[in-house]
Write a protein that binds this ligand. Structure first.
Ligand SMILES: *[C@@H]1O[C@H](CO)[C@@H](O)[C@H](O)[C@H]1NC(C)=O
Ligand SMILES: *[C@@H]1O[C@H](CO)[C@@H](O)[C@H](O)[C@H]1NC(C)=O
Length: 140
């Protein structure tokens, strides 16, 4: 089990994995404050977020990439150097989604590597999560 965790080199956070009633209404409510802070900080919009939540593969514009990074930061799942800590992400996700989170985190452990800065790295991570578990992906 420990080894498995060591291999989980990547994150989760503003996204969540769920079942039928995903995302739960109280989660959306809890996210709304962070969401507005990060939209203001990055210039991202409701439209960009809604578009990315569509099932198709969609490239995120720069503003939205930075929004994804902002949400990781606001959820305290980043290290001092700004990189996302997958174990912190795992713990930030409600326990009932543990198995989905583990699958996604393991599968996407190196997804960020080609990203040239923190925004792009956050986006590549989200992109991998969405591709791995499309039915459980949701960007808050
Ligand atoms: C929403 O926030 C409340 C109060 O901080 C907390 O008790 C609850 O567990 C949160 N719900 C979710 C789904 O995170
Ligand atoms: C992150 O940490 C700050 C400072 O401790 C705290 O105010 C904030 O509620 C935390 N964010 C979350 C999503 O727990």
């Amino acid at each position: 089990m420990m080894l498995l965790f060591l291999f989980v080199t990547f994150c989760f956070a503003s996204t969540l994995a769920i079942d039928a009633d995903f995302p739960p209404a109280e989660m959306i409510e809890n996210m709304s404050w962070y969401r507005s802070v990060c939209m203001r900080e990055t210039g991202s919009s409701d439209e960009q977020i809604a578009l990315f939540n569509r099932p198709e593969t969609i490239d995120a514009p720069r503003d939205l990439q930075c929004y994804m990074y902002c949400m990781f930061r606001m959820h305290n799942v980043t290290r001092p150097d700004g990189e996302v800590d997958p174990i912190d992400v795992y713990h930030a996700i409600p326990k009932r989604f543990n198995s989905i989170a583990l699958k996604v985190l393991v599968n996407c452990r190196n997804a960020e590597q080609e990203g040239k800065d923190l925004c792009e790295r956050a986006y590549l991570t989200h992109k991998c999560w969405k591709a791995t578990e499309p039915q459980h992906y949701f960007l808050f």
